[in-house]
Ligand binder design. Sequence first.
Ligand code: VGL
Ligand code: ZN
Length: 240
Amino acid sequence: MLDRRQILAALGTTALATLAPGALLAAAVIKPDDASALLVIDVQNCFLPGGSLAVKDGDQVVPVINRIAKAFSNVVTTQDWHTQGHVSFASVHSGKKPFETVDLPYGKQVLWPDHCVQGTDGAALSKDLAIPHAQLVIRKGFHKDVDSYSAFLEADGKTSTGLAAYLKARKIKRVFVAGLATDFCVAWTALDARKAGFEVYVVEDACRGIDTQGSLAKAWADMAKAGVKRIQSADIAVSA
Ligand code: VGL
Ligand code: ZN
């Protein structure tokens, strides 16, 4: 005969061993619905290996994005889409080098190598992206004197790209952000999406960062503070 204490002990072990893994797995899976959209940020040749502003391991986001995109009925892609001689290019500021900063009327601007000039091959989306069901391509950074990391709002903090209105018109409530670069266009997009009232997830392993002057750690801290949820691609349910 087992006494009460032994029965409880045995039950406890069994319950833990049999239930816990399944319960944890179930809790981890997020299923995108028709009110969810995947925002694929700036997966453009300039940001990929060999590009003029190559993000380290930037190409590794492509297979991850291709896989999770299958779980989304709504997908938007973005393109950084600068004029020649854009204000964010170090080449137009005499004596300045890429990754230095300059003060512009709207605030501090990091200066970059020339990149993503309208109509160039560098500005094209990666040919390895496999998301033919993407519904909208939003281009940003096309005003010569204003940068736009965010897919929602230009760096002047007031000029809209129209994306929030588009998503709201389509009854989107949740956005999942992936792409390049984590600490610039992904983070600014995620933060503005929160400001516009969306529930926001950033899919960490579907992004890569530039990380200049502590920008990556700061971006994650700012996103956490704003209520952006940091998830992994494995957290998203993708049916086979
Ligand atoms: C980006 C720097 C300059 C980005 C765009 O896509 O994150 N970064 N322009
Ligand atoms: Zn840019």
